[in-house]
Write a protein that binds this ligand. Structure first.
Ligand SMILES: [Zn+2]
Length: 113
C-alpha cells in the first residue's frame, strides 16, 4: 500500500526534525496532499495512525489540506484546473498537459511540544 510508505516517509521527516528543532512530541501535522497524487485519504489516515504508533507522533492529529490540480496545456498554452490525471484539456480538448501542481505530498505545518 502506497499510503503506508508515504506515512513512513512523513514519520522519518518528523524524527529528523525533532533533533534539529528540538521537540519531543508531535501533536498535529498538516499535510498538503495534491489531488493528483493518487492518495486515498481514508487509507492515508489509517496508515498514519498505524505508522505513528510507538513514535514521537503517536496520537498526533492529522489535518489534510487538499491541493487542487493545475496543468499547462501544451496545445493551447493555457493553465487549466485538472481534477484527474490524463484528462484532456478542458479548454481545447487537447493533449498533452504538463502538471504544475497537485502531485505533492508535503508537511505544511507542525504543532509540537
Ligand atoms: Zn488546451
Amino acid at each position: 500500500m502506497h499510503e503506508l510508505s508515504l506515512c513512513e516517509g512523513v514519520v522519518q521527516i518528523l524524527e529528523e526534525q525533532a533533533g534539529i528543532q528540538s521537540y519531543s512530541q508531535v501533536k498535529a501535522v498538516w499535510l498538503e496532499v495534491g489531488i493528483l497524487a493518487g492518495v486515498e485519504l481514508e487509507s492515508l489516515r489509517f496508515s498514519f495512525d498505524a505508522v505513528t504508533r510507538g513514535t514521537l507522533a503517536e496520537g498526533a492529529r492529522l489535518e489534510i489540506i487538499s491541493v487542487p490540480g493545475r496543468a499547462k496545456c501544451l496545445s493551447c498554452g493555457e493553465t487549466v484546473v485538472l481534477n484527474e490525471r490524463f484528462s484532456p484539456c478542458p479548454r481545447c480538448g487537447g493533449y498533452p498537459l504538463q502538471v504544475t501542481s497537485g502531485e505533492e505530498l508535503r508537511i505544511k505545518e507542525l504543532e509540537v511540544e
